[in-house]
Write a protein that binds this ligand. Structure first.
Ligand SMILES: Nc1ncnc2c1ncn2[C@@H]1O[C@H](COP(=O)(O)OP(=O)(O)O)[C@@H](O)[C@H]1O
Ligand SMILES: [Mg+2]
Length: 340
């Protein structure tokens, strides 16, 4: 049996993961090895030799994404689910999280500032114009954040203090589809790894610091109540989105953790930025999850319909607690309420 890692420019985490999986496999006398995948051209419906693939890069390489979907057809499990990863976006995720009761800052999606490529004003005839900006500003308020509806890596993220600043920034966004979101003036900020939809690791994080100093060493824990809330929200979010590895970020205002960014299916796991302590946690938990999943029987995907992923709400999770066998046994849908 084999576990494959697909990675881009990243170093440290993939190597450590392979080493730890192989070490555990040897200790447990499993016939299981982990390695970096080599991919060439891919034949349609080709069988994939891997029981499990951990994907760290397909968001940047469409060829890899298509390879992974094809691999899933032959029963390979992929972390994270390439179908859902292709389908969701930040704005949709805010809506899902809001629907399942996670506190989300008020968010509005805005029409593109400039026409998308190969379109004209004729293509936009369904759009109401001029936009009623008063309604938008009234709902969201200031300060607010203007950011892409499907962005990442802090690109095109603007903090906005007034209408004038808004138009100045919005006019620079071109063909991007943007959201305007209530700014949470936070007392504390946390970034949390969530692994296997069951383990949560809360990290104190200071987004205002330079990149390599954002993880506050020692992870001073939040109060037990806040910690419990954050863990619950992480599990709810990841059960709804169907991600097995993700980071969820929370800005805490007046004791309420607002979920800000929780669509990070290939989160930063570099030892240089996340600090050795957090690195050790993620390597340990991802290696364990990889082994657990790889040992399950290979089977074609049963459940790649996203509507099932959003079926898990706070209430259905507590129902599941009462009768854990009620749910499907599918490997991509292993909801759990256990956290640590
Ligand atoms: N609504 C918000 N309230 C407070 N801070 C925010 C808000 N939205 C974004 N930020 C800040 O901007 C940073 C980048 O925004 P984020 O949504 O995480 O975008 P990306 O996906 O590009 O990382 C966050 O880490 C946070 O510091
Ligand atoms: Mg972010």
């Amino acid at each position: 049996m084999k576990i494959g890692i697909l990675r881009g420019e990243e170093n440290s985490f993939p190597e450590a993961l392979i080493e730890r999986i192989n070490q555990k496999s040897a200790e447990r006398k499993l016939e299981l090895t982990a390695e970096f995948i080599k991919v060439e051209t891919v034949q349609m419906a080709e069988l994939c030799e891997y029981n499990l693939i951990i994907d760290r890069i397909s968001h940047d390489v469409p060829f890899y994404r298509a390879f992974l979907k094809n691999a899933a057809l032959s029963g390979t499990q992929v972390i994270n689910n390439p179908f859902w990863w292709s389908a969701d976006d930040k704005f949709f995720n805010y809506s899902i999280a809001h629907k399942i009761g996670v506190p989300i800052p008020k968010t509005v999606m805005l029409p593109h500032n400039a026409h998308p490529p190969s379109t004209s004003s004729q293509s936009m005839r369904n759009l109401v114009y001029p936009i009623n900006w008063y309604n938008v500003f009234n709902y969201v308020g200031f300060p607010s954040f203007l950011k892409p509806h499907a962005g990442g890596g802090w690109k095109h993220v603007y903090k906005i203090h007034n209408e004038e600043e808004f138009f100045h920034c919005y006019n620079q966004t071109g063909t991007l589809c943007m959201v305007l979101q209530e700014g949470i003036e936070f007392e504390e900020y946390y970034r949390c790894y969530t692994v296997g939809r069951k383990h949560v690791h809360i990290m104190r994080y200071d987004p205002k610091q330079a990149f390599y100093s954002q993880y506050v060493p020692g992870n001073p824990p939040p109060t037990p109540e806040l910690s419990q809330k954050i863990k619950e929200y992480c599990l709810q979010i990841n059960n709804a989105l169907g991600y097995d590895l993700n980071t969820c970020e929370f800005a805490v205002r007046d004791g309420i953790p607002y979920a800000i960014d929780f669509g990070n299916p290939a989160p930063d796991c570099d030892i240089k930025s996340v600090t050795p302590e957090n690195f050790a946690w993620i390597v340990e938990h991802m290696s364990e999850l990889a082994i657990e999943r790889a040992l399950l029987p290979k089977q074609p995907p049963q459940e790649y319909t996203w509507s099932q992923f959003i079926g898990t709400t706070a209430s259905s999770m507590s129902e599941e607690k009462k009768s854990p066998r009620r749910r499907t046994s599918g490997t991509t849908r292993r909801a759990s309420t256990k956290s640590e």
